[in-house]
Design a binder for this molecule. Structure first.
Ligand SMILES: [Zn+2]
Length: 278
């Protein structure tokens, strides 16, 4: 299925079959709201990092089925959605600053329609909520200047060497954790959180979980704290954070499912007026 198909046949049988792979009972088109989003791409980001093309392909597969939250706000029930389809799209005409054809991971997500998320759906339709932040871990970070592991090379991201600006290429994603919508770009957690700890993954998992909770700490502070924490504490913390996030995600979906029977669908538009280029 290509992008054109997604736009031209919203709420088709094929699309609904994909949605219903993830639901407890079969949902009808009237019960769900579908929306497209761009998860990540190969452009150098604000941290001076970019994903390799193979990393984007791997991430596309990993994000299918992952739940997303909005504004990290656990207080509003029913505002949980899930990615049910992803694809990698390349625009051969548009080159990135690194000289590669622009490539991104696009996704389709669904939300169960209910009174609690009516205004949220209106915001998505209006293009207000369009910045997506994702968290994932990668096994390798490569220097764009010398091609070596960034830990063992003298080059620094953002600095120029013989007219070539150094950035870090993220390779071999090992896990994708969660995604979220943030209303305003450049907000504290906006962007992509990438951990490069090929170890047991415990530190990077806890860091990613903390990143997705309502913390006011910047990423570097979270990383510093986690690095200093003994393993036993990390295991306990991971357990608590997972429970907290699960509590946030699953009951909301279940509650939304229960209340969806009472709500009336207002419109079916996929793409439409929102600002996503899908
Ligand atoms: Zn280097």
């Amino acid at each position: 299925m290509n992008s054109a198909d997604i736009l031209s046949v919203p709420y088709s049988q094929e699309i609904m079959d994909k949605v219903n792979n993830f639901t407890r009972r079969r949902l009808t088109p009237e019960e769900v709201y579908l929306f497209p989003l761009v998860l990540c791409d190969n452009e150098v980001d604000r941290d001076g990092e970019r994903f390799s093309l193979s990393a984007l392909n791997a991430l596309a597969e990993m994000f299918v089925g992952k739940t997303g939250i909005f504004d990290h706000n656990a207080a509003v029930s029913g505002q949980t959605s899930r990615i049910f389809h992803t694809e990698v799209e390349t625009q051969p005409q548009q080159l990135t600053s690194a000289g590669e054809p622009y490539t991104c991971v696009k996704a389709l997500a669904y939300m169960v329609r209910c009174p609690q998320n009516e205004s949220l759906i209106a915001e998505i339709d209006g293009g207000i909520k369009k910045e997506v932040s994702i968290s994932c871990s990668v096994a390798k970070k490569i220097c764009s200047v010398c091609g070596k592991d960034k830990d063992g090379c003298p080059h620094r991201a953002g600095e120029s060497y013989n007219g070539k600006e150094c950035h870090i290429i993220l390779e071999q994603p090992t896990d994708a954790f969660e995604w979220s919508f943030v209303a305003v770009p450049a907000q504290k957690n906006a962007g992509v959180y990438k951990s490069a700890k090929p170890d047991s993954g415990l530190q990077s998992q806890v860091t990613a979980l903390l990143y997705n909770c309502d913390t006011v700490l910047p990423t570097w502070a979270i990383e510093t704290l986690v690095e200093k924490m003994p393993e036993q504490k990390l295991i306990k913390l991971k357990d608590r954070l997972q429970k907290q996030l699960a509590k946030r995600a699953e009951p909301q979906l279940a509650a939304a499912l229960r209340s969806s029977a009472k709500s009336k669908p207002s419109s079916f538009s996929l793409g439409g007026k929102n600002n996503f280029k899908f």
